[in-house]
Design a protein around this ligand. Structure first.
Ligand code: 9MG
Length: 287
C-alpha cells in the first residue's frame, strides 16, 4: 500500500477536510440534462434533495459542475455556466452547510462561487485558462489540478504519449503544481488527479491505475474519478446504468494505491467499499 500523504487536513473555507483517510466526493451535475424537466427552480430543489441524500450516505464533499466534460461535449458560455452553478452553490452552502467543490475552469466562476461560500475548486484544465491561476490563488481555497491533453471536445481523438502514461501524467502534474506555487497557491492547498478517461485509451487508463503509486513522488493528496466511465463499459460490456460494480472495484484499487478522494455518482455503495478497503489497509498499522 502507498503511504502518501501521511496525514493532511485541508482548510476549505469554513470547513476542514481530514484526508488522513479516504473520503468520498458526490457528483452533482447542473448541466442541461438535470434541467430537462420542470424548469430551473424545480431542478435546483431536486439537486438539493439529491445532495442531501448523498450527504446522508456519507459524502464528505459535493462537487457541482455546470459544464459537461464528457468526450465530445460542446463548451458552454460563461453566463450559462454561472446561471447553472451559482444559484445551486448558494443554496447548498446556506441550506445544507456542506463542503461544496465547484468543477470549473473559468476564473469568473471561481471568483463568484468563492464569494458564495464554496470550499474547493476542481479544474479539469488544471488552471491553464488565462486568469485561472490568479483567481484560484485569490480564493484561498484548496484546488484540484487534473491531467488532460487537449480539450474535452477533442481529447479522445487518438490520445498518445511518448513515455509511459504514468510518467507523462506525473510530469504534467508536477509542472502544474510548480505553476500553482509560483502563482501563490501553497502546497497545502493542492490536490492532484491523474484524470482517468481524459485523453486516455482503455490501456492508458488501466495502466495508470495499476501504476498509480508513481504519483506518490508529488507528495500530495490524490483525487480520482472513474465512476460510470467508459473504461468500465469497455472492459465489462456494461451500459452506463450497469457500471456500479466495476466502479466499486476501481475505487477499491485506487484507495489501495493511495487515493484520498474518490469522486462518484453512487455515494452509499462507494462509502462502504472505501471504508471496507480502509479497514483492511489499517489492520495492524497502529500497533
Ligand atoms: C469534472 N470531472 C469529471 N471527471 C473528473 C475526474 O476524473 N476528476 C476530476 N477532478 N473532475 C472530474
Amino acid at each position: 500500500m502507498s503511504e502518501f500523504p501521511p496525514s493532511t487536513v485541508l482548510q476549505c473555507g469554513r470547513h476542514s477536510l481530514d484526508l488522513s483517510r479516504p473520503r468520498v466526493m458526490g457528483i452533482l451535475n447542473a448541466t442541461p440534462d438535470s434541467f430537462s424537466d420542470g424548469g430551473r427552480f424545480n431542478a435546483i430543489d431536486a439537486a438539493l434533495a439529491h445532495a442531501e441524500h448523498m450527504l446522508a450516505e456519507g459524502a464528505a464533499i459535493i462537487d457541482v459542475g455546470g459544464e459537461s466534460t464528457r468526450p465530445g461535449a460542446s463548451p458552454v458560455s460563461l453566463q450559462e455556466e454561472l446561471d447553472r452553478v451559482a444559484p445551486l452553490v448558494e443554496r447548498l452552502v446556506n441550506e445544507l452547510d456542506v463542503l461544496v467543490s465547484v468543477d470549473t475552469s473559468c476564473p469568473e466562476v471561481m471568483r463568484e462561487v468563492t464569494a458564495l461560500g464554496a470550499g474547493m475548486l476542481n479544474d479539469v484544465r488544471s488552471l491553464r485558462r488565462p486568469g485561472a491561476l490568479d483567481a484560484a490563488a485569490a480564493s484561498q481555497l484548496p484546488v484540484c489540478v487534473m491531467h488532460m491533453q487537449g480539450e474535452p471536445g477533442d481529447m479522445q481523438r487518438d490520445p498518445h504519449y511518448d513515455v509511459p502514461v504514468e510518467d507523462a501524467v506525473t510530469t504534467f502534474l508536477a509542472e502544474r503544481v510548480a505553476a500553482c506555487e509560483t502563482a501563490g497557491i501553497s502546497r497545502d492547498r493542492l490536490i492532484v488527479d491523474p484524470g482517468f478517461g481524459f485523453a486516455k485509451t482503455l490501456e492508458h487508463n488501466l495502466r495508470l491505475l495499476k501504476r498509480m503509486d508513481a504519483l506518490a513522488h508529488l507528495e500530495l493528496p490524490v483525487l480520482v474519478g472513474m465512476s460510470r466511465k467508459s473504461l468500465i463499459g469497455k472492459v465489462l460490456g456494461r451500459t452506463v446504468e450497469e457500471r456500479l460494480p466495476g466502479g466499486l472495484a476501481l475505487a477499491t484499487l485506487a484507495v489501495e494505491r493511495g487515493a484520498r478522494i474518490i469522486r462518484v455518482h453512487d455515494v452509499g455503495p462507494c462509502v462502504d467499499a472505501v471504508n471496507m478497503t480502509w479497514a483492511v489497509l489499517q489492520e495492524g498499522e497502529n500497533q
